[in-house]
Design a binder for this molecule. Structure first.
Ligand code: HDD
Length: 706
């Protein structure tokens, strides 16, 4: 506001001074700790609420550069979202190396015990757009950027150790088929539609991946509770030039955990940001998630003797055959300062390698090495995206003669912008360094130039079967249900049938279950297989989530439904036991202002009952007074709270007074050993110990009728 207009007194809005304008609008004022608002040119702004007008009610003037600059910036806020992995969440942390690994690699970050290297990690879903729900049934991206002293190294992986296709030329078709169908623009963030399953059923090489994506791996409880994989076989090279093949693994120290499908559907409604909020909360609370980095190391001899081609990205090397050597840990301990600047603008690339690491001839990897740089130029708008702080090397200098382009932030100094040059010293700029510089492994390459798929890539079913038979009965049941659910959304019966024809090559029982679930009229013939399936691969227990549980409730959440009159000592006992376990308690109350406990104290609510359904928690407690139970028994969201917790096989603690709510919710007669009455504070500890099993799976056959 121009000085001459300021006739009104200054008021206070919280701590901030403001004035009201002619129309009663609020003008916050600079002063004290409040900085002066400026334009992009640093010019102080007097009035940010009114455009410049000709006359009080007149038209706005084109000369208003303050308005035009503000709207211009706003109009250009969006950049293209990633064509895949659009929805993601990034955080900072560090990698700490356990011991020198110079025998296998000269990569600098692995040379010294205890050395920490900063990292930036972005977790993502694949198919959904940027605004889609976190609990889509989907693969999760697990991309790690190491800021090493020899430059940035990216492991651009997923939470599943294999991929759908063997050759990168198929990637656009795969992604087109998975995303929303082009004529109708839906379904969003889900593979349960005709195009996806049509493509899958015509892509036998995807069958192992189909088994993985139909398992609980694609509905993780949290980014914190999932594994990560580099997928391809890479090469390490040591200082003597010796090469060793390597596959990368990330093992969550929190253990693995997934949700059940009906829960995932409901979480997406209750909190579409469930996964990002979970990571944010854990880091803000100081409960930093950790993963160990593991290597599967092998040589040419092992590769030659292995049943499958180690260059085929649709295959694993079972850990039981080749154990994972744990070499260091990654701790994620800092959220971003700004989501756009870091999470949105970070650019990962499979070809960002450091000396000591190299590619192999995996045809999927080779294609990826083209795609990432290309997409980043489009997405970030300038070849200078490497100047953006999250992408720039942090521990290595950038010294070269590359220059100019849109948004150049750092051009080389000095006279020479080419080499070789005859300018000496600093003026001449940087030079090659054969000792330290990146070198490719001198691999022999020969053969005819042809488009073909190696015969060694042609067994598409053996490892699909191996994955299936390595699961517990509960997990196998979930896979059959997932397939049935997805195919029930497929409108074309022939596609449903074609998928079942592949399942027959994987496991007959599974195929029969799905066929029955779909009410298929006739069982199709098994799909023709390029190579007969080796049905006899040994089970790999490492592939099961449930066989590798954490045996701890650390980092998990108990949702406690309370009412006025809640037993204060009981609640305190539960909170104490949860804290001792490293778990969190969240209070769900009829009103967000909380309830009055039995001792007259106020218990504040974290959630109002309709905003805090039980799907948001790992286990629940229902601690009510008799009066509270009578009231909540009339409240549908309270009934859902307990009936969903029961249906999702959660452990449930309850005060005896809660029974009327259970009766109205229809579960009172079914309470089992996963439900524990806790009448005294001491019993709460027993309940938390019980929760270490995470779910009471024995209940599942009872709560799943169809
Ligand atoms: Fe990819 C992004 C993981 C195959 C092309 N990919 C992207 C991201 C992850 C992966 C985690 C997100 C990175 C981030 O958070 O910014 N992609 C994989 C894995 C694959 C894979 C584990 C198989 C083993 N990808 C793959 C192929 C191609 C691409 C075969 C193309 C030939 N991927 C891309 C991309 C993206 C991408 C189009 C989109 C955004 C970006 O790169 O930066 O270039």
């Amino acid at each position: 506001m121009a000085k001459q207009d300021r006739k009104r007194p200054t008021e206070k809005l919280g701590d901030v001074a403001f004035e009201r304008g002619n129309g009663g609008e609020v003008h916050q004022l600079a002063g004290g700790d409040v900085p002066t608002l400026t334009t992009q040119q640093g010019v102080p702004v007097a009035d940010d609420q009114n455009t410049l007008k000709a006359g009080e009610r007149g038209p706005s003037l084109l000369e208003d550069q303050i308005f035009r600059e503000k709207i211009f910036k706003f109009d250009h806020e969006r950049i293209p979202e990633r064509v895949v992995h659009a929805r993601g969440y990034g955080v900072h942390g560090y990698f700490e190396n356990y011991e020198p690994l110079s025998d296998v690699t000269s990569a600098d970050l692995f040379q010294r015990a205890g050395e920490k290297t900063p990292v930036f990690v972005r977790f993502s879903t694949v198919a959904g757009n940027k605004g889609s729900g976190d609990l889509a049934r989907d693969v999760r991206g697990f991309a790690v950027k190491f800021y090493t002293r020899e430059g940035n190294w990216d492991i651009v992986g997923n939470n599943i150790p294999i991929f759908f296709i063997q050759d990168a030329i198929k990637f656009p078709d795969l992604i087109h088929a998975a995303k929303q169908e082009p004529d109708r623009g839906f379904p969003q963030a889900q593979t349960a539609h005709d195009n996806f399953w049509d493509y899958m059923s015509l892509t036998p090489e995807a069958m192992a991946m189909v088994m993985w994506i139909m398992s609980d791996r694609t509905i993780p409880r949290s980014f914190r509770f999932m594994e990560g994989f580099g997928i391809h076989t890479f090469r390490f090279i040591n200082a003597k030039g010796k090469s060793t093949f390597v596959k990368f693994h990330w093992k969550p120290k929190q253990g693995m955990q997934s949700v059940v499908w009906n829960e995932a559907l409901k979480i997406n409604g209750a909190d579409p940001d469930f996964h990002r909020r979970d990571l944010w909360d854990a880091i803000q609370m100081g409960d930093y998630p950790e993963w160990e980095l593991g290597f599967q190391l092998f040589d040419e001899d092992f590769a030659d003797k292995f049943d499958f081609d180690v260059l085929d990205p649709t295959k694993i090397i079972p850990e039981e055959i080749l154990p994972v050597k744990r070499v260091g840990k990654m701790v994620l301990d800092r959220c971003v300062d700004n989501f756009f600047a870091e999470t949105e603008q970070v650019a990962f690339h499979t070809a960002n390698l450091v000396p000591g690491v190299d590619h192999t001839n995996d045809p999927l990897l080779q294609g990826r090495n083209f795609s990432y740089l290309d997409t980043q130029l489009k997405r970030l708008g300038s070849p200078n995206f490497t100047h953006i702080p999250v992408n720039a090397p942090r521990n290595a200098n950038v010294c070269n003669f590359q220059q100019d382009g849109h948004m150049a932030m750092t051009n080389p100094k000095g006279r020479a912008n080419y080499e070789p040059n005859s300018w000496g010293g600093e003026m001449g700029g940087p030079r090659e360094n054969p000792e330290r510089g990146f070198r490719s492994h001198p691999t022999e390459i020969g053969g005819e130039k042809r488009r073909l798929r190696a015969e060694s890539f042609s067994d598409h079913y053996s490892q699909a079967r191996q994955f299936y038979v390595s699961q517990t009965e509960v997990e196998q049941g979930h896979m059959a249900l997932a397939l049935t659910f997805e195919l029930s959304k497929v409108e074309t019966p022939a596609i449903r049938s074609r998928v079942v024809s592949h399942l027959l090559n994987i496991d007959e029982e599974l195929a029969k279950k799905v066929a029955k679930g779909l009410r298929l009229e006739t069982m199709p013939a098994p799909a023709p297989a390029a190579r007969p399936t080796k049905m006899d691969l040994a089970k790999s227990p490492a592939l099961s989530i449930l066989m590798n549980g954490p045996e701890s409730f650390k980092g998990r959440k108990i949702g406690v439904l309370v009412s006025d009159g809640v037993d204060a000592a009981l609640l305190a006992g539960l909170k104490k036991a949860a804290k001792a376990e490293g778990a969190m308690v969240k209070i769900v109350a009829p009103m967000i202002g909380g309830v009055t406990a039995s001792d007259g104290s106020l218990v504040e609510g974290d959630e109002k009952v309709d905003g805090g359904p039980s799907v948001l928690f790992d286990a629940v407690a229902v601690l009510l007074s008799a009066e509270g139970a009578a009231t909540l028994a009339k409240e549908p969201t309270a009934k859902d709270f307990v009936s969903d917790a029961f249906a999702h096989c959660k452990f449930i603690a309850y005060s005896p007074e809660a029974m009327p709510l259970f009766e109205k919710a229809g579960i009172a007669d079914d309470l089992d050993e996963g439900c524990m009455e806790i009448g005294a504070a001491g019993e709460a500890a027993g309940f938390v110990t019980m929760c270490r099993k995470l779910r009471h799976w024995k209940r599942e056959p009872m709560v799943k009728a169809v």
